[in-house]
Design a protein. Structure first.
Length: 215
């Protein structure tokens, strides 16, 4: 399934104005569903991104080494100072703060290449991403997810309507596989997932069990 999602990402044609080096694939670590994404990260194509969310320090350090070796983008969730120490980007969860954000934003003015992404679940999150000047926003959940069983999903039409007015490049997250990704506009900035990248090729489960939403 990871390869199918990768193929879908290659067909995207992001809007003019999106950063040329913005990743089109985002692997999200997760303390419950994917607490050690190092093996999955090593299988990602160059230029993809790994978001370290709530992971053990040793795992994050290992991801930093893998990112350098495989030419990946590493983003640390909610910890701006740790991101700066690792030379990584910062991912801002929706509806909660991040430590070290002012220092990270200041560093971004001096150092090119420090990615800043934000999670959003609706208009408020998208507005926040615009205010802080995020390079991209991860908008979820597009489809029902295993991470939040029973929670309402936006669906492809509502997702596209929100993304169209976001004012930032928007990455789709939540319940994605290759077939569902094809239902989204080609101007989508990228695709993000947890479980779709969490298993070796040929061992992926069903779409509901292998992808997720979160921020």
């Amino acid at each position: 399934m990871a390869r199918t999602l990768e193929a879908a990402a290659r067909r995207l044609k992001p809007r003019i104005g999106a950063p040329g080096d913005l990743p089109r694939l985002f692997l999200l670590g997760d303390p419950l569903r994917l607490p050690d994404p190092r093996a999955a990260a090593a299988r990602l194509p160059p230029g993809a991104a790994v978001v370290a969310r709530g992971l053990a320090p040793g795992v994050v350090a290992g991801l930093a080494r893998i990112a350098r070796r495989h030419r990946l983008h590493l983003l640390v969730a909610a910890e701006g100072r740790l991101a700066l120490r690792l030379g990584a980007g910062l991912h801002l969860p929706d509806r909660r703060g991040s430590t070290g954000l002012p220092a990270f934003l200041l560093a971004r003015r001096r150092r090119r290449g420090l990615l800043l992404t934000a999670a959003a679940h609706g208009r408020a999150g998208l507005a926040r991403a615009r205010r802080i000047g995020a390079d991209a926003v991860l908008l979820s959940p597009v489809f029902p997810t295993a991470s939040h069983p029973g929670a309402p999903a936006l669906g492809p039409w509502a997702w596209a309507a929100l993304a169209r007015r976001a004012g930032r490049p928007v990455v789709a997250l939540g319940g994605l596989d290759g077939a569902k990704a094809a239902r989204l506009p080609r101007w989508t900035a990228g695709f993000a997932a947890i479980g779709a990248f969490g298993q070796p090729p040929g061992q992926g489960g069903s779409s509901g069990a292998s992808t997720a939403s979160g921020g």
